[in-house]
Ligand binder design. Structure first.
Ligand code: FES
Length: 162
């Protein structure tokens, strides 16, 4: 995908990438999900105008396209942060203070569950278990697991992600 000198992918190159996706899936039955996945990879989320374009290109009612997006958790209708934080509130983490870790994260970022910081640096989410119960309370930032957390450490960990 082409980029301008500032490193941002241009709108034009995003549109060109979408045209390739439409060319690939336009006549394929069941092409909606892969088109949505590719669109989300290109834009980082699924803006309304893009959903409208997808409906038009695939000759589907907009309500169908929108309905699929809201049904599957993998699709995001709002911009997401460059770094995705997942605070574990599963049983093991809960009994070891997971809620306090979540509170500290909310305070550090100024957003709540599902929120994204204005600078698009972070999105904050909660999960039921990340499979690292022995490290509870824990969280993931992108693909990294941070365990045996203390509330006071949380902001400092976020600082290491740009
Ligand atoms: S409950 Fe938190 S990692 Fe399993």
């Amino acid at each position: 995908m082409a980029s301008c000198s500032c490193g941002e992918t241009t709108d034009q190159s995003k549109e060109a990438a979408m045209q390739k996706v439409f060319d690939q899936y336009r006549d394929i039955k069941g092409g909606l999900i892969p088109v949505l996945q590719e669109a989300q990879d290109i834009y980082g989320y699924l803006p309304k105008e893009v959903l409208q374009q997808i409906a038009k290109e695939l000759k589907l009612p907009y309500s169908n396209v929108f309905g699929v997006c809201t049904f599957y958790a993998q699709f995001h209708l709002q911009p997401r942060g460059r770094n995705i934080i997942r605070i574990c509130l599963g049983t093991a983490c809960h009994v070891r203070g997971g809620a306090k870790i979540f509170e500290a994260a909310q305070e550090a970022l100024g957003v709540g569950q599902g929120g994204t910081t204005e600078d698009l640096r972070f999105t904050l989410e909660t999960v039921a278990c990340i499979g690292a119960c022995g490290l509870s309370p824990c969280m993931m930032v992108n693909d990294n697991t941070h365990g045996r957390l203390k509330p006071l450490e949380v902001a400092g960990i976020f600082e290491t992600y740009k």
